[in-house]
Design a protein around this ligand. Structure first.
Ligand code: ADP
Length: 626
């Protein structure tokens, strides 16, 4: 038995491998099981062309056994095995992949289930083991060999007795240290869960002897511990099954099994794509908002598999933020993985998949809206805000498809409606899409500003989400119709008569209005006779782009600049109060000061804005009571 040395470079590489390539130690099991699966696949491929080899599915499996007393973990397979040379070449030379060579030699392009390609995965065993022993008998060979290594110091190869073709890898699990515990890799339950997490969809059975307590035969209350061999993995991934054979229940079960959520998804999307990039995906639109959805702990993303092996729990690049509620998985054989198979090398394929998925989700939501309105409304109540954010974000890059998916509460329909529905109902003389902003539908309903538009018989959309006005500013128009706030200066509905009348009133009361404007210097841009007020004495309107709702939102943000909407105090000339203003203007300026301040405060309150000095306000009210 002669000890062979790793080459110097290999030594360094091995150390690096063991200590820094993988972010989770548990990955070693994924790597070893993937190797075993590859080894079985190789017999399968050989059998396709070699008649002397038969491939009977039942004879092929992987078995994982933990022995706590010996501190050993064994991964055995009935795969193709390795000859002495192969042990030497594949396990003695780091970064040499026998599997990659096999694929090239056998020109396997399709059916590409073989996972290995980098020739490093095996060494991850040293993250958890002091000594790794590989006993292997190659298909068609008479002799079996044992390869053994305790890491960077090199390895030995000896002859050994082994009947069956295949490979047995035995890991001597490290002793616990003060900071690190390795015991978990000898725990049945933990091993099962690692296998389920990463290797659930390996095509061959992964078996384990699982303990259970059963009543002892012939006794009533005595139990005995028994071990029973069980298959831990589910093998055939649902996403590789034929869509026609799957029921909604199958998809819902998968949703629950995967812990995507506790609710029932409103829709599932099963994609089998065989284009520029090949992939399978199962996506879900959840029904309910996950409890952490609007917290910073929430992470969006889809599970990412490469050839049925889990690569990433939450691949965030696969989903735009506005679809962050989507759950599910993607499996692709076309990904360029880096050597730890934890991250992706180039993201070209991934980008393609992401783009594809994004379009699919949008079109599926579209059909949900069209065909199952109630379900869509339910979905929209949960996640609609995300879609509106989507319109606003990325400088409106996605607004085209998203504008068809957003809904707003309608003043006339008394329910959520789409923009398309709104526009299709617009009377010919209506120029704009009208909206009113406020905290809730109930509050908006009471806004004085909506009276005129409502009386005209026009529909008004209620904006109750902070993002609404920002999203609409990004859209600018829908089907060439501009959006118009009911609080904006010019509503575009006045007849020539109304305009003339208003101009006349404005001129007639010029001095009074000027006087009031002076009192409110710095607070309003102007004081005007209103064209829109009917029963209320005052309201605020705005000039320019910024509305009062937007001002509120911007002010609530951290590091806000002192952003002000250009406010106009509008007064109803037909209201009793106006007469009092005129009288006060002529005979009692002090009273006019008081009235002006009070009216302005009232207008602020109606808008849900804070009044400047509540104490002064209450004192002023007392003054008029005297
Ligand atoms: P990779 O799997 O990326 O090729 P590894 O370092 O995990 O890299 O394995 C190196 C090579 O060792 C594999 O390509 C394969 O040829 C061989 N090998 C590893 N494990 C087994 C096994 N259980 N049975 C047969 N061959 C194996």
């Amino acid at each position: 038995m002669k000890k062979k040395q790793f080459k110097a470079e290999s030594k360094r590489l091995l150390e690096m491998m063991i200590n820094s390539i993988y972010s989770h130690r548990e990955i070693f099991l994924r790597e070893l099981i993937s190797n075993s699966s590859d080894a079985i696949d190789k017999i399968y491929y050989k059998a396709l062309t070699d008649e002397t080899i038969s491939f009977n599915q039942e004879n092929y499996y992987i078995k994982v056994t933990a022995n706590k007393e010996d501190r050993t973990l064994t991964i055995a397979d009935t795969g193709i095995g390795m000859t002495k040379e192969e042990l030497e070449n594949n396990l003695g030379i780091i970064a040499k992949s026998g599997s990659l060579a096999f694929k090239n030699e056998n020109e396997i392009k399709d059916g590409h289930d073989i996972i290995g390609q980098f020739g490093v995965g095996f060494y991850s065993a040293f993250m958890v083991a002091d000594v790794v022993t590989v006993t292997s008998k190659a298909l068609g060979a008479d002799e079996a060999y044992k390869w053994q290594s305790s890491g960077t110091e090199g390895y030995t190869i000896d002859s050994v007795d082994k009947d069956k073709v295949g490979t047995v890898i035995t890991l001597k699990i490290k002793e616990n240290t003060e900071d690190e515990s390795y015991d978990e890799f000898l725990e049945e339950y933990r091993l099962q869960s690692i296998i389920k997490k990463y290797s659930n969809f390996i095509r061959y059975p992964i078996k384990m002897d699982v303990s259970s307590r059963k009543p002892k035969e012939g006794t009533e209350d005595e139990y005995e511990e028994t071990k029973e061999e069980q298959v831990v993995n589910s093998m055939v991934p649902i996403w590789r099954k034929n869509k026609k054979e799957l029921t909604t229940e199958d998809y819902e079960n998968f949703y629950r099994e995967k812990h995507y959520g506790f609710d029932k998804p409103v829709k599932h999307i099963h994609l089998t794509v065989d284009g520029a990039v090949r992939y399978n995906a199962i996506l879900y639109i959840p029904e309910k908002v996950p409890f952490d959805f609007y917290t910073k702990d929430f992470e969006k993303g889809l599970e990412l598999y490469s050839n049925g092996v889990l690569i990433m729990d939450k691949c965030s690049d696969l989903l735009p933020d506005y679809f962050s509620f989507v759950k599910g998985m993607v499996d692709s054989e076309d990904l360029s993985l880096n050597i730890s198979r934890e991250i992706l090398q180039h993201d070209k394929q991934l980008k393609l998949i992401a783009k594809n998925i994004k379009n699919k989700i949008a079109s599926q939501l579209q059909s949900l809206l069209r065909d199952e309105r109630d379900k869509y409304v339910e979905f929209f109540n949960s996640f609609g805000r995300q879609l509106k954010y989507g319109i606003y974000s990325d400088f409106g890059a996605n607004k085209e498809s998203l504008q068809e998916l957003v809904m707003f509460y309608s003043s006339t329909e008394k329910k959520l409606v789409t923009l398309e529905e709104y526009v299709s109902r617009m009377p010919e003389d209506q120029k704009y899409i009208y909206y009113a902003s406020g905290e809730s539908n109930e509050r908006i309903e009471k806004l004085p500003q909506i009276e005129l538009v409502s009386d005209k018989g026009y529909e008004i959309l209620y904006f109750t989400d902070e993002i609404d006005e920002f999203a609409i500013k990004m859209l600018m128009t829908y089907k060439e119709k501009e959006f118009k706030s009911v609080s904006s200066g010019d509503l575009g509905i006045d007849s020539d008569d109304t305009k003339e009348n208003n101009d006349a009133e404005q001129t007639e009361n010029k001095e009074l209005l000027e006087y009031m404007k002076n009192i409110l210097t710095g607070q309003v841009k102007d004081v005007k006779i209103s064209k829109r007020l009917k029963s209320h004495p005052v309201c605020l309107s705005t000039e320019g782009e910024l509305t009062i709702e937007m001002e509120k939102i911007l002010k609530s943000m951290p590091n806000n600049q002192n952003i002000q909407a250009e406010k106009v105090l509008e007064i109803n000339a037909n209201h009793e109060v106006f007469k009092s203003l005129k009288t006060a203007f002529e005979s009692d300026k002090e009273k006019l000061d008081l009235y002006t301040k009070l009216l302005y405060s009232q207008a602020l309150l109606i808008e849900g804005l804070p009044i400047n000095d509540p104490l002064e306000f209450t004192n002023d009210i007392c003054k008029i009571m005297k």
